[in-house]
Design a protein around this ligand. Structure first.
Ligand code: ADP
Length: 426
């Protein structure tokens, strides 16, 4: 009996000593792991990162949550798995994710994760930065659900399932609105009765703040490394994806941005209309007898590039259709480009100049055609693109005569969430 116990003890000890030695020999130092979560209405994207090195250990997505034809993608340095599987809820996805991280050996136990960072769409005026989610903050995020009914409740349900099933892990909320809390009233107020702001908090909040903040930080670093280092650069960040917004940035702070009270405002998007005459809505409801829920659906899901082209919300499809002479696709792209250029022009006024125009997001990073069409419209400001640089994946794409730098930078919202979470979890 004793002998057997002794053997087990020796073995356990040997294993422990061996792992300590291996760590020492490999020069591996203890590091903290942070999980970044980006939950949408029917998806949950994740990245597990090692901090402070910012190395990605695992990443992936649970897609089509709540539908029969769900999909999971899970990628590590060593392998990549893709599976079609029914994912009934976000809570289910969280449990599968943490189980998989342990079973695949990426972590030995859940306790290795020091913090989970959650992208939360709306922080209202309550959150000017990221916060640890204690009971009080959880309540405020829940109350803000009135301003973001299709976003905040999802993030909150994911936070709650982490708190319930893995109470030892700290949860951090990183808001898409926080970065824009530096806007002045002249930019965030609508010309409506002031009492609507006081009573109902009706104002511009702006979104995509995590991405715009990442761009601000990254471009500032790039400029500081240059020969003629320049600080406090004036930046216009164009996040052009399925959802799209532009942000004017000075001294690393948001001065103005194109999304508003909700993420539908501003630019023309994949299927969102962007800014339109507000009287179109009562006209459709009262005169055309369209129920309000149908109008909301039409503005969010059947407008933008999809609405005009009548074929797709995907820029790749439209660019392809243009090569075949599809007139509606040409019109949709022209309208998209016009709105982007108009917004950039107005932000040059807000910033009183410009040092760097930055393209990011799926379209901004990949569609050279759209970048060149946008900059062509801005020639009056002395901006021009170098065709070769624009098409060969360079960081800088301006030509020698351009008065400001033009950059293409890949955004990384998950990294930004992880940085904030690490900072608050220590
Ligand atoms: P989301 O807002 O959903 O995060 P993304 O940032 O992923 O959107 O961007 C999606 C958009 O990027 C789509 O319109 C897609 O067509 C466009 N896109 C992706 N790759 C390319 C490409 N190579 N050329 C043109 N457009 C592209």
């Amino acid at each position: 009996m004793f002998k057997k116990l002794y053997i087990i003890d020796c073995r356990t000890e040997a294993i422990e000593i061996r792992s300590v030695l291996l760590l020492y020999l490999e020069g591996e130092k203890m590091s903290d792991k942070i999980l970044a979560i980006n939950a949408g209405s029917s998806s949950l994207k994740f990245q597990l990162l090692e901090m402070p090195s910012e190395a990605v250990i695992a990443k992936g997505i649970f897609d089509r949550i709540g539908f029969k034809d769900g999909k999971v993608k899970y990628q590590t340095k060593r392998n990549q798995v893709q599976k079609n599987v029914c994912i009934p809820s976000h809570e289910f996805a969280v449990q599968v994710l943490l189980g998989t991280l342990v079973e695949s050996g990426e972590i030995h136990s859940i306790e290795e994760i020091v913090g989970v960072g959650h992208r939360v769409a709306h922080g209202g005026e309550s959150f000017k930065g990221s916060v640890l989610v204690d009971e009080k903050n959880e309540e405020i995020i829940s109350d803000l659900g009135d301003l973001a009914p299709s976003h905040n409740p999802i993030s909150l349900s994911v936070i709650k399932s982490f708190k319930t099933h893995f109470p030892s892990i700290k949860n951090v909320a990183v808001f898409d609105t926080s970065f824009h809390q530096t806007m002045e009233p002249v930019h965030y107020l609508y010309p409506l009765p002031y009492s609507l702001y006081e009573k109902f908090h009706v104002r511009k909040y702006g979104f995509h703040g995590i991405s715009h903040a990442y761009i601000a930080e990254t471009v500032e670093k790039i400029f500081q490394q240059e020969e003629h280092a320049k600080e406090n650069v004036k930046i216009i960040s164009c996040h052009l994806g399925n959802g799209a917004s532009i942000c004017a940035i000075k001294e690393q702070q948001s001065v103005n941005t194109s999304m508003g009270f909700t993420p539908i405002d501003g630019l023309m998007m994949g299927s969102r209309c962007g800014s339109i005459d507000p009287m179109i809505i009562p006209y459709l409801v009262e005169r055309q007898k369209m129920p309000i829920h149908e109008v909301k659906k039409l503005l969010n899901e059947a407008s933008g590039l999809l609405g005009i082209s009548e074929m797709s919300n995907d820029m790749r499809d439209l660019i392809q259709a243009v090569t075949k002479g599809n007139q509606k696709a040409i019109l949709a792209i022209e309208m998209f480009v016009n709105r982007v250029a108009h917004t950039i022009a107005s932000y040059i006024v807000d910033l009183d100049g410009l040092d760097a125009l930055v393209f990011t997001g799926g379209i901004g990073e990949n569609a050279a055609l759209i970048r060149s069409l946008v900059v062509d419209k801005l020639q009056v400001f002395g901006m021009s693109v170098n065709k070769e640089l624009n098409e060969n994946g360079s960081l800088y794409i301006q030509d020698a005569n351009s008065k400001c730098k033009i950059l293409v930078v890949q955004t990384n919202e998950e990294l930004m969430i992880a940085r904030e979470t690490y900072r608050l979890s220590l």
